[in-house]
Design a protein around this ligand. Structure first.
Ligand SMILES: [Zn+2]
Length: 265
């Protein structure tokens, strides 16, 4: 969200007898800062009404992926190849931190947050770290202590233990990557930075910006940016407004998500 638009929305909300007390942010906090700093730093509603910053869980998970890719890029050795010095990735390569592995870790990070929404910072952090330890376990050195216990556990190791069976090998279960301990510590450092109490607190609601982004995509679908016409004169805008009025009524009436009712005609 543009900072100026956010300030306008927050300050005029009082005209409608309401206050927006929470702000779901993506990676860019400039809009949140602008809202907090308006009215000479008192915020739009004064010092007695402090607006809380929450994080979009999808964006936090993406930060894990970005952090791991940057770590992989920045961790290299220089080797002689065909008479010239070339960089060779230390963390990348087969059975290591590949793009596919990073995508999976990012996905697990996201579902860990969702699974532990409305719990505590510590529970959410343990759930996230369980996916890290699970995915770096081997038959000789496994770490499933944080994985959920019981026969229904998503962790094959804990599920087998609960059933009184011998767990299958980690290679057979395709546990994801293997690195020497000192390199694993580097990867763990990315997790540690993203699971501080402060970060977890901002994720505890388990919220995302998905509804906003769905609405934005529908608006741009009806009013493409390449149409070089004044916005207020656009027939497309009029059609959009008619469509949305009808669809918003339907959503309110049926209490169902907006995206289910938005037509693409
Ligand atoms: Zn496990």
């Amino acid at each position: 969200m543009e900072a100026a638009a956010a300030v306008t929305m927050w300050t005029r909300s009082l005209e409608h007898n309401m206050r927006y007390m929470n702000f779901v942010c993506d990676g860019d906090s400039s809009a949140f800062r602008a809202v907090k700093e308006c009215n000479n730093g008192d915020g739009p509603y004064g010092k007695d009404y402090v607006i809380e910053k929450w994080d979009c869980t999808n964006h936090v998970a993406k930060r894990l992926g970005t952090g791991l890719r940057n770590l992989r890029k920045d961790t290299y050795i220089e080797v002689n190849q065909s008479g010239s010095r070339k960089r060779r990735s230390v963390l990348g390569g087969k059975n290591k931190l590949t793009d596919k592995v990073i995508d999976r870790l990012q996905h697990y990070f996201k579902i860990s947050i969702k699974r532990k929404a409305n719990t505590t910072e510590g529970e959410m952090r343990d759930e996230i770290m369980s996916s890290f330890y699970h995915c770096t376990s081997t038959d000789d050195n496994h770490h499933h202590d944080l994985c959920p216990k019981g026969e229904d556990s998503w962790c094959f190791f804990q599920a087998a233990v609960a059933r009184g069976e011998t767990p299958k090998s980690h290679s057979e279960m395709k546990v994801f990557f293997s690195l020497p301990p000192e390199q694993l510590e580097l990867v763990k450092g990315v997790y540690t930075r993203l699971t501080t109490d402060e970060m977890m607190k901002r994720c505890l609601q388990g919220l995302t910006q998905n509804p906003n982004e769905s609405l934005h995509s529908r608006i741009w679908l009806h009013c493409p940016k390449h149409l070089k016409v004044p916005f207020h004169q656009s027939r497309v805008l009029h059609k959009l407004l008619r469509t949305f009025c009808a669809e918003l009524f339907l959503c309110t009436y049926k209490r169902t998500p907006l995206v289910d009712h938005v037509s693409t005609d």
